[in-house]
Design a protein around this ligand. Structure first.
Ligand code: DX5
Ligand code: ZN
Length: 216
């Protein structure tokens, strides 16, 4: 499965309902919701009320990207608000709480994703690859939309894909940050299959066609 995951961080919040309809119309299967706490990242975005609002107006997969400290404290709240996938950052927790967080997400019946920032060694993900449904490789420093794609993160994508294949694990690999028509192809070739688009989706003059972009 390949899909776009348009990020509402770049959308017009005043017309969030209409922006979500645009995502549906594009043929994307996911809506990416960037939760930022001003602590794990130097920016504050939105939280539970927005996740609930998104959930109330679509059947798309609600893909929550939690850029927050202590994500384990909020799993139940994310679930209640209507998340389908919760991705948290490896750097946001001490190691012994990482597995507990994955288990807590699964207990809610949701898919678990784990993410690393550009500066984090991809090998740190090894113990968790077999336990999660998705790995998110950040291709910018998390916190803001509109940044430049970091091509050197593709080694991490290739590495995670190799580990998953060796372990016979069906795994989604998501890339997030600076994804557009060109960088999407680069990431796809490296082994990614879920592509977050903020600026490239919402600032485009014409509606993005997911099938076309994914080459299907
Ligand atoms: C950045 C967020 C991204 C952001 C991507 O921290 O995680 O999801 O919305 O925006 P673009 O596509 O503009 O780089
Ligand atoms: Zn994101």
């Amino acid at each position: 499965m390949k899909t776009l995951a348009p990020s509402i961080l770049a959308s017009d919040m005043l017309y969030l309902g209409a922006e979500i309809k645009k995502i549906e119309k594009s043929g994307s299967k996911y809506v990416h919701v960037d939760v930022m706490d001003g602590c794990f990242v130097p920016n504050i975005s939105f939280g539970m009320p927005i996740i609930s609002a998104v959930r109330s107006c679509t059947d798309l997969v609600v893909d929550v990207h939690a850029m927050i400290v202590n994500p384990d404290k909020y799993i139940k709240d994310f679930a209640k608000a209507g998340a389908d996938i919760i991705t948290f950052h490896l750097e946001a927790l001490e190691p012994k709480r990482v597995m507990e967080t994955i288990d807590a997400i699964h207990k809610e019946g949701l898919k678990a994703g784990i993410s690393i920032k550009p500066g984090t060694d991809v090998k740190e993900l090894i113990p968790y690859i077999k336990c999660v449904e998705m790995v998110l490789i950040m291709t910018v420093e998390p916190g803001f939309g509109g940044q430049k794609f970091m091509q050197d993160m593709m080694d991490k994508v290739r590495f995670v894909r190799e580990v998953a294949e060796k372990e016979n694990k069906e795994l989604d690999i998501q890339v997030d940050g600076g994804i557009n028509n060109e960088t999407l192809k680069v990431a796809m070739e490296a082994g990614a299959n879920i592509f977050v688009l903020g600026t490239a989706f919402f600032k485009s003059e014409t509606l993005i066609d997911a099938e076309k972009l994914l080459g299907e």
